[in-house]
Design a protein around this ligand. Structure first.
Ligand code: SAM
Ligand code: SF4
Length: 474
């Protein structure tokens, strides 16, 4: 009975991806510059775009149109979200996997992979290492395997929250793990997770079937497409969608993401918390099909178009990408990045500087330390933030609030960003990073309007500098 209930789809679940219709929509778009301008203006006036409007932006590929889209994405990021970038780190817990996804080094047919699942004390050591670098937000990553059931994931989450090193603590634990049934989601939710991420990998049915053998759990397209609807039905408010770019035509995949986001929004009144857009990376035991490789230029286009299409959804750019490109796309509306990441199991305490392909899911493009990434962000005028306030105060849908509630960023986000930045500077930063950070904080405070919020920010910053008090949030 329990097993049957756990394999149930969400209420009224349907496969809302119509490949043929999406392909026709893409083929038929011939937008002129007036149409592109109108669509951009709609987005800049804080409305999300329809699938057809998104398709028009995807078809607008003249250099002038692309520059117009880039400029609009930069403007939306600057005017609506300001200059905060949230930082997190991935923690790979176990790479056993019953699936056989052709692109992934964890696939069960990859006998070169070194299989391992971290035990409780090993998890604690990884978290201690992450806390002592200054991390406050983690995403836990798992293969799909019966041993990584909801109870195991929930226990892991509780272990992570329990670790304290010095003034450090992990304040938000997100999850990237296989889809579950309703009871499973309720169990992980009660452990206090932040976002639950499941990437569809590709929305194109035929391609999906090619990369995910039918005889595997992941071979069931609808089970996966419906995963986050089930999660929301079970009360998880923050969910993250994503595509693994490089499996099929990137334009089609962007339409898939937007269709998915709008379907969640229609059904639950709120869209996904985040969208991830990993590009396929070299991996142990994996041969890549060059046909759908996404160039850097198209990668930038897809990020800018997603920013305009779903303006109130967070965008995550991971360390799969090289440092220079991450730096560039930050301006297009990326809101979260990971830094100081290691993806070998046990990699935060055991690995040297070189990446070990047999022990990781794929090769990383940016292996700089958290301190180095922070310094670059500061040099570029961003406020690196470890804020977790909304989630902990029950303010879910924070990106929507940032976007829709006048003054929200001024009253909550910027004060929390500068206070969490100050914690990092005092507790973990190199002298150089600290100097750059203190300068930026002083400029931010000087720009705040006089009044109660500014006074409290000044007070909190002083407490952080001179006492052990931490986690002073608005
Ligand atoms: N096993 C779970 C699943 O498949 O949903 C957890 C996620 S898996 C460990 C994390 C994500 O890594 C996948 O959803 C996929 O998008 C991405 N991934 C897998 N192989 C990759 C590769 N070679 N390059 C880049 N990303 C990859
Ligand atoms: Fe397993 Fe996930 Fe890798 Fe597929 S992507 S082989 S499910 S870990």
């Amino acid at each position: 009975m329990r097993a049957l209930e756990e394999s149930r789809l969400s209420e009224g679940a349907v496969d809302f991806i119509d490949d043929a219709e999406m392909a026709v929509t893409l083929e038929q778009c011939r937008p002129d510059s007036v149409r592109v301008r109108d669509i951009i203006d709609k987005s800049l006036s804080k409305q999300h775009l329809t699938v057809a409007e998104t398709a028009d932006l995807l078809a607008a590929d003249s250099p002038e149109a692309v520059e117009m889209i880039f400029a609009a994405a930069r403007q939306l990021k600057r005017d609506v979200y300001g200059n905060r970038i949230v930082l997190f780190a991935p923690l790979y817990v176990g790479n056993d996997c019953v699936n056989d996804c052709a692109y992934c080094a964890f696939k069960r047919s990859n006998h070169q992979a070194v299989r391992r699942t971290l035990a409780g004390d090993e998890i604690r050591r990884q978290v201690e290492a992450l806390e002592s670098k200054g991390h406050k937000r983690l995403i836990l990553v798992f293969g799909e395997h019966p041993r990584y059931d909801a109870a195991f994931i929930a226990d892991t989450v509780k272990t992570v929250y329990s670790v304290r090193v010095g003034r450090g603590s992990i304040r938000r634990v997100n999850i990237n793990a296989a889809p579950m049934g309703p009871e499973g989601y309720r169990i992980v939710r009660s452990a206090g997770i932040g976002t639950y991420q499941v990437f569809q990998e590709t929305y194109h049915h035929e391609t999906y079937a090619r990369y995910h053998p039918a005889a595997t759990r992941k071979g069931d397209y609808l089970w996966r497409l419906d995963a986050l609807h089930r999660a929301m039905e079970a009360g998880i408010d923050d969910v993250g969608i994503g595509v693994l770019f490089g499996l099929h035509d990137w334009r089609f995949e962007v339409l898939g993401l937007v269709t998915h986001a709008l379907d969640l929004q229609d059904r639950f009144g709120v869209g996904p918390h985040t969208i991830s857009f990993p590009r396929l990376r070299p991996a142990c035991g994996v041969v890549r099909d060059p046909k759908h490789v996404v160039s850097d230029h198209d990668f930038k286009r897809l990020i800018a178009i997603l920013r305009l299409a779903v303006p109130y959804t967070g965008l995550i750019c991971t360390a799969r990408e090289p440092a220079e490109l991450r730096r560039e796309v930050m301006a297009f509306g990326v809101s979260q990045i990971d830094a100081g990441s290691r993806i070998e199991i046990g990699g935060y305490t055991e690995a040297g500087d070189a990446q070990c392909m047999e022990r990781e899911q794929f090769e990383l493009g940016d292996v700089r330390s958290l301190d180095e990434v922070m310094r670059e962000l500061l040099a570029d005028g961003y406020i690196p933030s470890f804020c977790t306030a909304c989630y902990r105060l029950g303010r879910t849908g924070e990106h929507f609030m940032e976007f829709a509630i006048p003054g929200f960023i001024r009253e909550f986000c910027t004060p929390n960003a500068v206070c969490t930045l100050m914690e990092f500077l005092v507790d973990y930063a190199s002298p150089e990073t600290r100097r750059a950070g203190e300068k930026l904080i002083a400029e931010q405070v000087a720009r705040m309007p006089a009044g109660a919020i500014r006074n409290r920010v000044i007070e909190n910053l002083e407490k952080i500098r001179t006492t052990d008090q931490r986690d002073l949030h608005f």
